[in-house]
Ligand binder design. Structure first.
Ligand code: ZN
Ligand code: ZN
Length: 87
């Protein structure tokens, strides 16, 4: 394979990854915003995608509020027990 062909292949891979990242959207109910954070289940460490406003909402959750991991493990947990990390 020539160097030029290799460069092209690498560029193509980078491009594909960018496209994939752009497609990831928040998994909160019907939210379609771009995901910027992972929400982590305190029971099993499953991750779900969150946009920035929803990540802030989880971080500011009040004691007693419940959250369901409906896109991954189905655990029903207190919002204050969940951790949020940047993707
Ligand atoms: Zn879980
Ligand atoms: Zn969202």
């Amino acid at each position: 394979m020539t160097n030029a062909a290799l460069d092209e292949l690498i560029l193509e891979q980078i491009h594909t990854e960018e496209d994939f990242a752009a497609d990831e959207h928040c998994q909160w109910e019907t939210c379609q915003d771009t995901a910027t954070h992972n929400l982590i289940c305190p029971v099993c460490s499953s991750k779900e995608l969150l946009c920035t406003p929803h990540a802030v909402m989880i971080q500011n959750a009040r004691i007693g509020e419940v959250l369901v991991f409906n896109c991954s493990c189905d655990h029903r947990v207190l919002r204050t027990k969940c951790s949020v990390e940047p993707k």
